[in-house]
Design a protein around this ligand. Structure first.
Ligand code: PEP
Ligand code: MN
Length: 338
């Protein structure tokens, strides 16, 4: 971190700034120029509040030269993180395909869909039991019963299960869930993130609707700094001025995250587009961009789905899509030097 001071800084204020920085365990390198004095802060600056220093009378500007996230930073962990979930692995060149309905609706529904997606090559089953709906009058999910039905579907198919938590108080119900999803609306629910940092379970962390990469990685940092390193990042579309589609899929996040972090990153083309017709092309684009996987909504009767029917693809569409996805992924791996 570099702190550029204003002309002729007050000596006592400067001394107190320097001793404050040293109290934080950092070293200070001062260089006195003709017009400006510059302080170089050496050490772990992740605990320094940049706004606090910027607000001081003697300070002109402050620049971070190092990202504020440490655990998630590729600089300190060059190797890709690979997360093992039962017999499957996320990251490290594998293609993870998570598929299933938006909501678990009934035993018949989840078992039928689980069997279909498994037969098409899905590596995990998704299904919401606790649903964060925009309207309190919409279907809120089957809650604990939904989780029991997911476990039943896992017993039937062997597929690991991914489901969303909305509040830390629900954690006892998630004991036997394979991957806990944090939804876009909860990306900055810091109390929840801290609690998940104490769990020994992979966390699928969706990007907030209007969050920057840095905010997103700082949320991953909340989980990781608590001791849980198993974080999977998921881009699910962000808010832009465009209203034709539900959200705008930011596929640039794939190569950006690859550079900034060692954590696996997957794409959710269902929530990103909001329309089933746009899911296959964007899923293929995500694999072409180098994503570690996808999470997609698949429903056996989309018009009657209790949530997100318009963006849910039918099992036969999913089947044709997965063939292309795995073929494209093999092609990308074989030509990875290009
Ligand atoms: C979901 O996966 O069904 C969901 C609610 O996703 P998001 O948090 O991305 O809106
Ligand atoms: Mn949904």
């Amino acid at each position: 971190m570099i702190v550029i001071l204003k002309n002729n800084p007050d000596k006592s204020q400067l001394d107190s700034l320097i001793s404050w920085i040293k109290e934080k365990g950092l070293q200070v390198h001062m260089s006195v120029g003709e017009n400006h004095t510059v302080l170089g802060l050496i050490g772990d600056t992740s605990k320094i509040d940049i706004d606090l220093i910027s607000a001081l009378d003697i300070v002109d500007t402050v620049k971070r030269v190092q990202e504020p996230y440490k655990n998630a930073n590729r600089k300190f962990h060059p190797e890709d993180t690979v997360i093992k979930v039962r017999d499957t692995q996320i990251g490290g060149g594998n293609l993870t395909v998570i598929a299933g309905p938006c909501s678990v609706e009934s035993e018949k529904q989840i078992i039928e869909i689980a069997r279909a997606v498994k037969a098409s090559g899905a590596t995990m089953l998704r299904g919401g039991a606790f649903k964060p709906r925009t309207s309190p009058y919409s279907f809120q999910g089957l809650c604990g019963e939904g989780i029991e039905l997911l476990k039943l579907a896992r017993r039937e198919t062997g597929l690991p299960i991914v489901t969303e938590i909305m509040d830390a108080s629900q954690l006892p119900l998630f004991e036997d869930v394979d991957v806990i999803q944090v939804g876009a609306r909860n990306m900055q629910n810091f109390n929840l993130l801290k609690e998940l940092g104490r769990q020994d379970k992979p966390i699928l962390l969706k990007r907030g609707l209007s969050s920057t990469y840095e905010e997103w990685l700082m949320s991953a940092e909340y989980i990781m700094s608590g001791g849980n390193e198993k974080v999977i990042l998921c881009e699910r579309g962000i808010r832009t001025f465009e209203t034709y589609v539900r959200n705008t899929l930011d596929l640039t996040s794939v190569p950006v995250l690859r550079q900034l972090t060692h954590l696996p990153n997957i794409i959710d083309p269902s929530h990103a587009t909001g329309r089933s017709a746009f899911v296959p092309p964007m899923a293929l684009a995500a694999v072409a961009a180098g994503a570690d996987g996808l999470i997609m909504e698949v429903h056996n009767d989309p018009p009657r789905a209790l949530s997100d029917g318009p963006q849910s693809i039918r099992p036969e569409v999913f089947d044709a899509l997965t063939k292309k996805l795995f073929a494209l992924h093999s092609f990308m791996r074989e030509n990875s030097q290009g």
